[in-house]
Design a protein around this ligand. Structure first.
Ligand SMILES: Nc1ncnc2c1ncn2[C@@H]1O[C@H](COP(=O)(O)OP(=O)(O)O)[C@@H](O)[C@H]1O
Ligand SMILES: [Mg+2]
Length: 272
């Protein structure tokens, strides 16, 4: 055994590392005159994959930001295992990872350094332990070969994987994903969906996914919430959402292009 192995474990260990429960109760939020969230209540169980779906502008990202403690509500509350996510004490106690839609990677740093930056700055572990965590995260996401590349040298799908890997290094108990498959082709979208499911299996984390991707939501989620114009239309298991008789839900899941639209006819006739 080497000397390094005999060193005490200097990783900042959390006493409770299990998946957390998230409770949203009567949450409302306005920006100026616009009410963006209207009396939202939902409970996410520990270890669940819970997806919030809805059209663009329905308030999904704003809701996720409240859950992350990045936004203050006008009314109602959010709690993570009973604690307010905005309190520093809660942040110290529970590890929450936010995978931002745009990735939020540092373009001047290599993939490896992007992953190692936070644990190094916060002295969470020794360099050696950080290296182990980073390499493991890269391996889980199958991007070991990209470790020394810059984010700008990667495809959109690879960058998404890097941002998930960076979150994984923090060993979170709650994973928040904002539109993890947006701007990806369907095959890469399916890969990311599989990764979200794998991360849950291997780490038993609670995952809240915000997405307008129907395939993602209805395949990997335990339950799905549908949000429209800041109101919850339904919360159900994927089969229940699929079978819903609610017109608004069906319109969202199966959007129809009205071919009787006179503009389309004009386009068609211009090819005659
Ligand atoms: N910080 C903000 N200030 C003002 N309006 C905002 C802010 N954040 C979001 N909004 C508005 O709230 C609505 C919902 O936004 P968002 O949650 O981002 O929608 P989405 O469901 O597409 O994620 C949008 O109309 C958006 O313009
Ligand atoms: Mg959004």
């Amino acid at each position: 055994m080497t000397a390094a192995h005999k060193k005490p474990n200097t990783c900042l260990e959390r006493t409770d590392r299990s998946a957390v429960a998230v409770e949203v109760a009567g949450l409302s939020k306005s920006f100026g005159p616009q009410q963006v969230l209207n009396d939202i209540s939902l409970s996410v169980k520990p270890g669940e994959i819970f997806t919030i779906m809805g059209p663009s502008g329905s308030g999904k990202s704003v809701l996720l930001r409240h859950i992350a403690g990045l936004e203050s509500a006008d009314a109602g509350s959010v709690s993570i295992n009973g604690q307010d996510p905005r309190e520093p004490e809660t942040r110290d106690r529970f590890a929450v990872a936010f995978v931002f839609q745009a990735g939020a990677l540092f373009n001047s740093l290599s993939v490896y350094d992007n992953l190692a930056l936070y644990p190094l700055e916060h002295r969470i572990c020794t360099k050696r332990q950080i290296r182990e965590r980073v390499m493991r995260a890269l391996q889980i996401l199958s991007i070991e070969n990209a470790a020394h590349k810059l984010p700008s040298e990667l495809s959109g799908g690879m960058r998404k994987r890097v941002s998930i890997a960076r979150a994984l290094v923090m060993e979170p108990q709650l994973f928040l994903y904002d539109e993890p498959t947006s701007e990806l082709d369907p095959i890469m979208g399916a890969t990311i969906a599989e990764i979200i499911a794998t991360v849950r299996e291997q780490f038993a984390v609670t995952s809240i996914v915000v997405s307008h991707d129907r395939d993602l939501a209805l395949t990997i989620s335990d339950r799905v919430a549908i949000l429209k114009a800041g109101r919850l239309l339904a919360i159900d298991v994927p089969s229940g959402i699929r079978a819903s008789a609610d017109r608004q839900i069906q319109d969202f899941l199966n959007p129809q292009i009205d071919l009787r639209n006179p503009r389309f006819k004009q386009l068609e006739s211009s090819y005659d």
